[in-house]
Design a protein. Structure first.
Length: 195
């Protein structure tokens, strides 16, 4: 596929980063399931690469997911901001910095929730690991500490998301400033509207 026009590159980059992030979440999820239920996290993720441990790949993929899903969401918000008001799925366009904060908050809500669920599942299946280091890559933090940090990240990200939605201009507005009049912005769902 040839893409010479810069306006055509952004949707390609948005799609590729979303696909990469989604795949990274799947790999991390599989690694988390292995760690929760089998104890085989030190085994290779794929036998063709024998020195790449399952838990190491999970940590790498979680980091990749944070970056790629944030970039994809930011590009999605930028694309939607350029749509005519009647076609927008999101409220009126905002400054790029605000869109970047929203993209990071959206990603933090989803990935932070997944992390807390994984560590809570670990607390249920083998509670003794809450006091152990999270990964063999670093001596700190422990699983229990990361679970609490994850809860804090979700709290802050959810509050930011809600504030940005509540303070957004209505969809048909031409100015990105001002508060949304009561009842005009009913888009207050907990989860981002992805993909």
């Amino acid at each position: 596929m040839r893409v010479n026009n810069p306006s055509q590159r952004r949707p390609v980059i948005e799609s590729v980063t979303f696909g990469l992030g989604y795949t990274a979440v799947l790999i991390w999820s599989g690694s988390a399931l292995v760690a929760s239920f089998s104890g085989g996290e030190a085994n290779p993720y794929w036998p063709a690469i024998p020195h790449l441990r399952t838990d190491t790949l999970g940590v790498i993929c979680f980091g990749i997911a944070i970056v790629t899903l944030s970039v994809s969401r930011y590009l999605q918000l930028r694309r939607q901001a350029g749509e005519p008001p009647e076609q927008r799925q999101e409220p009126a366009p905002r400054a790029p910095g605000v869109m970047a904060v929203q993209a990071i908050a959206d990603t933090a809500v989803v990935l932070g929730t997944a992390l807390v669920i994984y560590l809570s599942l670990n607390a249920f299946t083998h509670p003794f690991t809450l006091r152990l280091q999270l990964t063999h890559l670093w001596p700190w933090p422990t699983e229990g500490t990361v679970r609490v940090i994850g809860l804090g990240v979700v709290l802050v990200a959810t509050a930011i998301r809600r504030y940005l939605k509540a303070s957004a201009s209505p969809r048909g507005a031409t100015s990105p400033r001002g508060d949304c009049p009561p009842g005009t912005n009913a888009s207050h769902s907990l989860w981002p509207a992805w993909p």
